[in-house]
Design a protein around this ligand. Structure first.
Ligand code: GLC
Ligand code: MG
Length: 677
């Protein structure tokens, strides 16, 4: 009805037809009769009586529109729009400026280390492979882990199980082929997972093409490795020793000289003082970045350069007869590790990676491996400087020392070693196991496994989980005749086989590691029928279920990813710390008993804590939900508590010396946003 009226409105029609009122004389007469058409030759003031209507000519329109009742609202509207737009722009800029930087994938997710020989065997040869890893990707999704580091799977004679690379551009047939790799990577990316490759810049296999060309003195390759003259009868140009024991020099018949190897004699050290070698490495990095890998774990970086003068290293015990100097621990490694120039090379690698990080959403991550033991400041150098990034973080191996002295204050000491030495604004990380070190469940003791995972997942920064730690796997016993690790063949006590046993997936044949034939490259742990992924997935109180819960909490609760980390207490038994975020009501207190006895912890002096503390989660599921007075928090050895409490009172302003924060942010609860503060 209304629509029809509008259509019949003559003014509207005129306007629609593009016919001006002045032309109506030439229009259809019937229409003219219906029309209340305006005659423009009449003086303008005649129209002052007429109400405005649609389609009125310009002059009439102007006449009306200049009246205050039209002009004022129009101007008000105009300024409202201008001011509104400016305000929007200002708010947008403020939000951008005020927003803390987004956390990256390697900060949000733990890093999970896969040792490919031992993860999942898809073809029944008893050795894990890339297809096997692909079959098990859902395990990472279940754990809520996005970053997966896979130990080397390049073509290799396997003297050091892949850390001796024969061809960096190829996959070892034991693990599959390039197509398997590409399919694995594509499938990982489909599932939102990131792949971190192991990269070995310090050495190659003695079967690498470069080494063969170098030992035959090919003009281009002759200086690709570290060669020096030596006496074939006693090939020790100096007292340097290999990490695996004995001299780090081996005489090569073909070249008639000695070459340096800081690891096995089948792993000659590259000469990274040669620019051509650095360029080769950069080309390899590019090769894998082009394929789409998301990052690298840089192996054994402190060994990359050696002093050219080849002088003897000082003995730790100057009175030791030189012929007894055979192990890493007998010398100060002043000339074979952490040499000047090393960081420049790593920064070059890093700069190359950064060119690939510019692709939106494709940040490429670097972590470095360097055991510097008490020289923690050497490790910190791998963070780079405020102006030049190097690795995103160097692996923090200090928690591997927890078993030396399981106690609350020792745990705090190890944590603090990192926190108080880390350069400002950098991101911490924590490692409790890897393919080179005893499983912490074995060295610390089974009862501490859950507490260690709890600490790992509630400390600030990125946790690293070695395969099997999520189910509390322990070392296997390997008899002398079963030793596989070449380092163990040199010296049984150095064998790393115990921590490399097949992953325990289920209670079936070979724990589901190899379901095709009854063979595995190392024996399974005898308890696999009860300690495995399948059994623990069903059990809500299992090590695995607790891992999943804690990792979920870590990623969903802002105080864990963004908040302050503060020491609350450390004694013989208990290590206690809290996580809080300014403006965020929920805060978390962790109380972990690393000691040998039950503990009653009295936190009544900590005014910032409420009187009553309710356990959100205990490593002993029977204590979930328990309420403690803050003066009497009970824990058993190996028990860890996550206590959630609500308060806006913050601990950190009153205890600045006890607190750290990396990606500082504050929370505005009313609008649920984070801002820089
Ligand atoms: C790193 C690896 C170790 C290997 C060594 C030599 O330390 O983690 O497994 O034997 O480098 O490449
Ligand atoms: Mg070297």
């Amino acid at each position: 009805m209304e629509l029809e009226e509008t259509i019949r409105n003559p003014g509207y029609k005129d306007a629609e037809d593009g016919v001006s009122a002045a032309d109506t004389s030439s229009s259809d007469t019937a229409e003219r009769r219906d029309s209340t058409a305006v005659k423009l030759d009449v003086a303008a003031d005649e129209y002052t009586q007429v109400k405005p209507y649609a389609g009125m000519p310009k002059e009439v329109l102007l006449l009306h529109s200049s009246k205050a009742r039209y002009r004022v609202p129009r101007e008000v509207l105009f300024w409202l729009i201008v001011c509104g737009t400016l305000a929007l722009v200002a708010v947008t800029i403020t939000i951008i400026v005020m927003s803390p930087p987004c956390l990256r994938w390697w900060q949000i997710s733990p890093v999970y280390q896969v040792y490919p020989r031992s993860f999942k065997d898809s073809d029944g040869d008893g050795i894990g492979d890339l297809k096997g890893i692909k079959e098990k990707l859902d395990h990472f999704l279940h754990l809520n882990i996005k970053a997966v580091w896979i130990s080397p799977f390049y073509r290799s004679p396997m003297k050091d199980f892949g850390y001796d690379v024969e061809d960096f551009r190829d996959i070892d047939p034991l693990f599959g082929n390039m197509q398997d790799f590409e399919e694995l990577l594509a499938e990982m990316h489909n599932k939102g997972l990131k792949l971190i490759m192991d990269f070995i810049p310090n050495h190659t296999s003695d079967r690498h093409r470069w080494f063969n060309l170098s030992r035959t003195r090919d003009p281009h390759y002759k200086d690709y490795y570290v060669w020096t003259d030596c006496d074939p009868a006693s090939p020790k140009p100096n007292n340097w020793v290999s990490i695996f024991g004995n001299s780090s020099w081996t005489y090569d018949e073909v070249r008639g000289q000695c070459y340096l190897h800081q690891f096995l004699k089948e792993q000659p050290d590259l000469n990274l003082r040669n620019r051509d070698v650095v360029q080769e490495i950069i080309d390899l990095i590019k090769f894998w970045l082009e394929k789409g890998v998301d990052g690298f774990r840089m192996d054994a970086v402190k060994h990359m350069l050696e002093a050219t003068h080849l002088r003897d290293e000082p003995q730790v015990d100057p009175d030791m007869p030189p012929e007894l100097v055979t192990t890493e621990w007998d010398l100060y490694h002043d000339y074979t590790t952490s040499q000047v120039g090393l960081h420049d090379i790593l920064r070059e690698f890093r700069a190359e990676m950064d060119t690939y990080s510019r692709e939106p959403g494709r940040y490429r991550f670097m972590v470095t491996e360097s055991y510097d033991y008490e020289e923690v400041e050497k490790t910190m150098m791998y963070y780079g400087t405020p102006l030049v990034t190097e690795s995103d973080f160097p692996f923090n191996f200090y928690l591997l020392d927890l078993p030396h002295n399981t106690s609350g204050w020792w745990a705090k000491h190890l944590v603090d070693l990192w926190m108080s030495n880390m350069p400002r604004g950098k991101w911490p990380n924590w490692v409790v196991g890897n393919h080179d070190r005893s499983r912490i469940g074995s060295s610390a003791g089974r009862i501490y496994v859950r507490a260690i995972n709890l600490m790992l997942l509630t400390l600030p920064g990125t946790p690293t989980t070695y395969y099997g730690e999520e189910i509390g796997m322990e070392n296997i016993n390997v008899t002398q005749s079963q030793i596989q690790d070449p380092a163990g063949k040199y010296n049984a006590s150095l064998s790393r086989d115990p921590e490399r046993s097949p992953m325990q997936w289920n209670s079936e044949m070979n724990a589901g590691f190899n379901s095709i034939t009854n063979t595995t490259w190392l024996p399974l742990h005898p308890v696999y029928e009860t300690v495995n992924v399948e059994v623990q997935t069903e059990d809500k109180g299992s090590v695995l279920s607790q891992y999943v819960f804690l990792n979920g909490l870590r990623q969903s609760e802002l105080p864990f990813l963004r908040g302050w980390f503060c020491y609350v207490l450390a004694d013989t038994n208990v290590f206690s710390y809290l996580r809080e975020l300014d403006g965020h009501k929920g805060a978390y207190l962790m109380v972990i008993n690393f000691g040998k006895g039950s503990a009653t912890t009295d936190l009544s002096a900590v005014q910032e804590l409420p009187e009553q503390l309710k356990v959100l989660m205990s490593t002993n599921p029977a204590n979930d939900g328990k309420v403690f007075q803050k003066s009497r928090i009970l824990t058993e050895p190996g028990e860890g508590l996550v206590i959630r409490y609500s308060t806006y009172t913050r601990f950190h302003p009153n205890h600045p010396a006890e607190c750290f924060v990396s990606e500082k942010a504050c929370y505005l609860e009313t609008v649920d946003i984070l801002y820089k503060c």
